[in-house]
Design a protein around this ligand. Structure first.
Ligand SMILES: [Zn+2]
Length: 305
């Protein structure tokens, strides 16, 4: 009797401690600044990608070469968090990869360059990008330590939008692509400065040509909204249903839904599926993938989840 009382007290204390532990872990991961998502690391062949949430739903990424610990940051709109992460992990930051000139992506470049004590090579494809000192175009390449970076010119969301495909120099695996506001998980960016033909070229020619296992790191946490549009386009797709359930669980815990892969995007992202007859039927019986792209984007612009 006595021992069972103690047992229940001990269990109670253990439960309390466990819940306290998880609360502390959560604060440690999400931070005190009310970030929209937890900080996470993803290992890709030869590199580590640190997912850094910013603003309301943006993602910055710190790409670290495993061998040299050299690092590059993608779209550092929150330079304070970038510098804190770089210092905590003792990596050698020397490059900035800017996907496009919009404020929520390029808006931290100048401040980061000012705050940072070392040299920073700032890449981008648009003269409107602050602090840019390396203008790039299609197929330009450079390195981050032992990693190779190839630039993909993907105009449409903005005229100077660049996606960066990063692979390990020894060809270990398909690597990762940083797609900014061109390709999102389950969706694509608005056509602010381009045409359906350009988005088709970006998604269905250039990005689709990457290996299916390439990890996709996009610029925003829009997955749940995008997937509900995807379900509207293909209501019977089990793949989409399952992804929605998975994404809901992730978001309930404030965990990021990035990355996905090129292969899985081809299986559920309507904008990468404009050549599929089921998607063309949804777009009013179109037979041309580019016209389908245009119609889908118009519909999505006014879609309420
Ligand atoms: Zn944008």
């Amino acid at each position: 009797m006595f021992s069972s009382v103690w047992k229940s007290v001990a269990t109670n204390i253990e439960t309390q401690l466990t819940s306290y532990y998880f609360r502390v872990q959560k604060i440690r991961k999400v931070g005190f600044r009310g970030m929209h998502s937890t900080l996470e690391d993803v290992m890709v062949g030869g590199m580590e990608v640190k997912i850094l949430p910013a603003l309301q739903d943006n993602y910055m990424y710190l790409i670290v070469d495993n061998k040299t610990r050299e690092a590059a940051v993608v779209d550092p709109v929150d330079p304070d968090l970038v510098i804190k992460t770089v210092q905590e992990h003792n990596v050698k930051l020397n490059k900035v990869l800017t996907t496009h000139h919009h404020w929520d992506h390029a808006g931290g470049n100048e401040k980061l360059v000012k705050m940072w004590t070392g040299e920073l090579d700032v890449y981008g494809g648009d003269d409107r990008i602050g602090a840019m000192n390396h203008k790039v175009q299609q197929d330009d390449s450079f390195t981050i330590g032992g990693l190779n970076v190839r630039c993909l010119s993907t105009p449409c969301h903005t005229t100077g939008h660049i996606c960066y495909h990063v692979t390990s120099a020894d060809g270990q695996g398909p690597g990762a692509v940083f797609t900014g506001d061109t390709l999102f998980q389950g969706g694509c960016g608005r056509f602010f400065e381009g045409t359906p033909e350009e988005m088709y070229d970006a998604l269905c020619a250039k990005l689709s040509a990457l290996p299916d296992d390439t990890k996709v790191f996009c610029g925003h946490e829009y997955t749940l909204q995008n997937m509900s549009f995807a379900r509207h386009v293909e209501p019977d797709s089990k793949i989409i249903q399952n992804r929605i359930e998975w994404a809901k669980l992730r978001r309930a815990a404030k965990d990021p839904t990035v990355p996905s892969t090129i292969g899985v995007e081809k299986s559920w992202n309507p904008f990468m599926r404009v050549h599929e007859s089921i998607v063309q039927q949804h777009a009013g019986g179109e037979t041309n993938p580019i016209d389908t792209m245009g119609k889908l984007r118009k519909e999505k612009d006014n879609f309420k989840a």
